[in-house]
Write a protein that binds this ligand. Structure first.
Ligand SMILES: Nc1ncnc2c1ncn2[C@@H]1O[C@H](COP(=O)(O)OP(=O)(O)O)[C@@H](O)[C@H]1O
Ligand SMILES: O=C(CO)[C@@H](O)[C@H](O)[C@H](O)[C@H](O)COP(=O)(O)O
Length: 459
């Protein structure tokens, strides 16, 4: 009888769930749901937070949509999700299982995400130098926790455990008292040395960081525990993998040769290729470099241009138009707006309007925000603007990781993944124009499939 692995990706915009057949390694069922979890804040500290209850509600609904007979035959659960972010919860009371075969969050904070901008450059300069090759940026878990200790110490009083949102789900499913984190997610928090796979404990301690909030480290691809209860029909005692990074899992789902680069566009965007097996990163970070080296599996690394400005650029434009239309008394759903904008931009093959769409800055250059230039009377249509936005996202990525660099690394093909790329043909056209390589689009190429494959390969 066929068995399945459940793969779940808790993204910034949506939750994706897939059932992967263990024998054939094919996707048998899948479902995605938006989390609609953003909490609005007015200016001030540039906070970007999400409501934990809404995210978990989307996770539960998404899994609940999968075929019940197949959920009974799930033999392993893998989670990936948005990296860098942090939420806190109270040990032993982080969730409530009393409603039956699913859980709801109880004593938790909101999720402070990778898009958070509260750590200014001045604040980051006040932090100790890490013993890590990865530079600490705003939105990184350890930087956010430092900010909370210094600015909102009361926030940490009753909450005793910290992790990413995907680590939280794993802990709740397994009924763990603490948090288990893989190097993939730990590296994304900063102050973690990927050569020794250890936190910078002495550096953090000397700077007054609450060491008890550092998760325990587990290998990427290893197990965190077993489900403590039946969950949507999935039997109690089912093995659960320690959570992985969404970026590494999207690569796992579709990189089939060392000559492949992977381009993922979801809320953010990443262009990446695998470093040779013997590559070891430098001892210290280069804060001005647009390329970083993130741990993959078994001491290997991926070189990545991780852009903060991907599908969210278009989502912000759609959000802006929606609110303008509301103010003007018109009404159009977001999905029909996407459809119309994409259609209009496809009819506008190119534009002389120039958009630098870095509305969140970039980690290597946080001060460089978006710009629009070459505005004329003839390039103000929605087709021009949408085309220029999509072109700008790809130009920015190709400036962070130029084609020549990819060529020198031996790349001969780009594999596309992520739903923003899959759903937007204008993005796909711009990828093909930005890079002189064959571009192919992975079928089912995304993080939920990747994390299920990892578990299936390693269980
Ligand atoms: N109806 C739509 N048509 C085309 N693109 C869309 C649509 N809705 C959302 N998107 C794009 O998808 C992006 C989110 O992709 P998703 O894979 O859900 O993100 P994440 O994995 O970060 O949660 C948005 O930022 C937006 O660019
Ligand atoms: O910075 C990196 C990797 O270094 C990020 O891109 C990482 O993948 C994060 O998880 C994303 O920013 C969030 O992912 P997504 O929701 O945009 O898919």
């Amino acid at each position: 009888m066929t068995n399945f692995i459940l793969g779940l990706d808790v993204g910034t915009t949506s939750v994706k769930a897939v059932l992967l057949e263990t024998d054939s390694r094919t996707v048998s069922a899948s479902h995605a749901l938006p989390t609609a979890a953003d909490i609005s804040h007015d200016g001030g500290i540039k906070a970007r937070e999400q409501d934990t209850g809404r995210i978990i509600d989307a996770v539960n609904r998404c899994v609940g949509e999968l075929p019940a007979d197949k959920l009974l035959r799930v033999r392993g659960i893998g989670l990936s999700g948005q990296m860098h972010g942090v939420l806190l919860w109270r040990a032993k009371s982080g969730c409530d299982w009393s409603s039956g075969d699913s859980f709801t969050p109880r004593d938790t904070s909101q999720l402070i995400t990778w898009q958070d901008g509260r750590c200014s450059s001045e604040f980051l300069r006040s932090l100790p130098n890490p013993d890590s090759h990865i530079n600490t940026a705003t939105g990184f878990g350890c930087a956010t926790l430092f900010w909370l200790i210094r600015n909102r110490p009361e926030f940490l009083e009753d909450l005793t455990v910290a992790g990413t949102i995907q680590d939280y789900v794993v802990s709740m499913l397994c009924g763990l008292d603490g948090c288990v984190m893989t190097p993939q997610n730990a590296a994304s928090w900063g102050f973690f040395n990927t050569s020794t796979n250890q936190w910078n404990e002495s550096i953090l301690k000397a700077a007054g960081f609450p060491l008890h909030l550092l998760p325990q480290c587990a290998p990427s691809g290893g197990l965190a525990g077993k489900t403590r209860s039946v969950w949507h029909g999935i039997p109690a005692g089912t093995p659960v993998g320690a959570a992985l990074g969404d970026f590494q899992c999207s690569v796992y789902s579709c990189m089939s040769a060392p000559t492949d680069a992977v381009l993922n566009i979801s809320t953010s965007a990443q262009l990446t290729f695998a470093m040779p097996a013997d590559f070891r990163p430098p001892d210290s970070p280069d804060p001005t470099s647009s390329i970083s080296y993130f741990p993959y599996f078994d001491s290997s690394y991926l070189a990545v241009a991780a852009s903060l400005n991907g599908g969210n650029v278009l989502a912000t434009f759609v959000g802006m138009l929606t609110s303008w239309m509301t103010e003007l008394g018109a009404d159009l759903t977001e999905s029909s707006l996407y459809e119309k904008l994409i259609h209009l931009a496809l009819n506008q093959e190119s534009s002389d309007l120039r958009m630098i769409p870095t509305i969140l800055g970039e980690r290597h250059d946080p001060g460089s925000l978006g710009q629009v230039t070459r505005i004329s009377t003839s390039n103000l249509s929605l087709g021009h603007v949408t085309r220029a936005l999509c072109h700008g996202v790809l130009s920015n990525l190709s400036s962070m990781m130029p084609a020549e660099l990819l060529g020198k690394a031996g790349v001969s093909r780009i594999v596309g993944s992520g739903s923003a790329l899959a759903r937007n043909q204008v993005f796909r056209q711009e990828v093909e124009r930005a890079f002189p390589f064959e571009v192919m689009y992975g079928k089912n190429a995304d993080s939920a499939v990747g994390v299920a494959m990892v578990l299936s390969d390693r269980l």
